[in-house]
Design a protein around this ligand. Structure first.
Ligand SMILES: C[S@@+](CC[C@H](N)C(=O)[O-])C[C@H]1O[C@@H](n2cnc3c(N)ncnc32)[C@H](O)[C@@H]1O
Length: 218
């Protein structure tokens, strides 16, 4: 919806977009199928994910516009060559935990869950469309984004039940501690996630940072 709504300002028909973290690719393959003219170049560090993603993308008939490469986004995307791209999309790993030793280490987002998000904001893209979880220190994320010159142009938020990875006792306890310290919000068994457009593009007006934080219950 954000790509569609800001179609002309984000110029994705001309430039395409890059993606950090393909996963099984189903969510974005459906987006690519619904937006003719969108090209996504995606990267994932997990070889099994890349294999599954390629199969899912082929099954949806969008392999010509959604490509997946194995490797760390931050090593690959910049050195990939080609015309510069101004928009990155991502549902980044955002599980907060004291260390990477969790059920699925690829989903570890650092101690506060927002390491990958902060790295993305520092990577130099004018537009970052990314999922922000209410238990992964969104206050720090939004403050850092502001310091780097980004505004929250818009967002879509929904509530999610704790899944297998947030329910792991080590992760759940850590989330509770973070929320008690004011670094996030979670209910007994639920949290909020918003997909937000952070932009430095003057053609995209407005700043909904406060509304985003309120939607995340902060
Ligand atoms: C939360 S999943 C999102 C998957 C998919 N985009 C979705 O929304 O269903 C995050 C993905 O990022 C990948 N990942 C983690 N760190 C990465 C990095 N530095 N570069 C590229 N991919 C990474 C993980 O392997 C995982 O598949």
């Amino acid at each position: 919806m954000l790509l569609q709504h800001y179609r002309s300002q984000l110029r994705w028909e001309e430039e395409g977009v890059v993606e950090l973290g393909t996963g099984d690719a189903t969510a974005i393959a459906d987006v690519v199928a619904s937006l003719p003219g969108l090209r996504v170049r995606s990267f994932d560090i997990s070889a099994p994910s890349v294999e599954t993603a390629r199969a899912n993308i082929a099954a949806r008939g969008v392999a010509d516009r959604y490509t997946v490469e194995l490797g760390d986004f931050f090593d690959q995307a910049d050195s990939a060559g080609g015309a510069p791209v101004s928009t990155v999309i991502s549902n980044p790993p955002y599980i907060p935990a004291p260390d990477r030793n969790i059920l699925m280490p690829e989903l570890w987002g650092g101690v506060h869950g927002n390491d990958l998000m902060l790295q993305l904001l520092k990577a130099g893209y004018d537009n970052v469309i990314a999922a922000v979880a209410s238990y992964s220190d969104p206050l720090e994320t939004v403050r850092t984004a502001g310091d780097l010159g980004y505004r929250v142009a818009n967002f879509l938020a929904m509530g999610l039940d704790f899944g297998a990875y947030s329910s792991e006792p080590k992760v759940r306890d850590h989330i509770r501690r973070m929320c008690a310290e004011g670094r996030g919000w979670a209910g007994d068994d639920e949290y909020m996630v918003a997909v937000a457009l952070f932009t430095r593009n003057p053609d995209v007006p407005g700043d909904r940072a406060d509304q985003l934080l309120r939607a995340l219950q902060l």
